[in-house]
Write a new protein. Structure first.
Length: 202
């Protein structure tokens, strides 16, 4: 009887790789969605205050029309973003950057329409910058913190810029006491924005 030749076992068949969901990406989109709900609540509240007879001290009193228009546009952008976030188009980085930029612009305009930094609306920028630190790297967070700080200083200096005049003695202006009192507050808020951007990323 002839011996049976030994057969070497061949390589095991390769298993089909099962794609796994990107957990980090999903969490990022969820966080962006939650922050947008917060943004929508703020915008809806602003629009409600502007469209009704409900009045709060300083809120929207300096320029009611600007307060209303900014609130409505802010609410529209926030509401429309619910759809773009759901379908994840455009990309995550694009949406997060655009929405944080909208926060900076809208909140600065709302602050201007509410008699400046004394209204307290500028403090909402801290939440936006803190939220951006969870969505972006530190470089982008510091960029938006810088834009917010510049916006606050420009808003506080708006009265000064409007009153610039060129006379016989050269360029001159008169600053009100409110404008002068606003600079320390604007500086402190700017420092807080930078600190939030640095510390939240660490």
């Amino acid at each position: 009887m002839a011996p049976i030749p030994n057969k070497k076992p061949g390589p095991a068949p390769a298993r089909e790789s099962v794609p796994r969901p990107n957990i980090t990406s999903t969490q990022n989109w969820k966080l962006l969605e939650y922050l947008n709900y917060y943004r929508l609540v703020i915008a809806a509240s602003v629009s409600f205050l502007a469209l009704t007879t409900t009045k709060l001290p300083l809120i929207g009193q300096a320029d009611p029309q600007l307060f209303l228009i900014t609130g409505l546009i802010y609410a529209f952008v926030s509401g429309f973003s619910l759809t773009t976030i759901h379908y994840r188009r455009p990309s995550f980085n694009t949406q997060s950057s655009v929405l944080i930029f909208c926060d900076v612009v809208a909140l600065t305009l709302l602050m201007h329409a509410s008699d400046g930094i004394t209204s307290g609306i500028g403090l909402l920028l801290l939440i936006s910058i803190a939220g951006s630190s969870f969505l972006m790297d530190q470089r982008m967070t510091i960029l938006f913190a810088s834009l917010a700080a510049i916006g606050i200083l420009l808003e506080n200096s708006w009265e000064l810029l409007q009153q610039l005049s060129w006379g016989a003695d050269g360029l001159s202006t008169k600053m009100s006491a409110a404008t002068l009192r606003g600079y320390p507050q604007a500086g402190l808020l700017g420092i807080a924005l930078f600190a939030t951007g640095f510390l939240a990323n660490n």
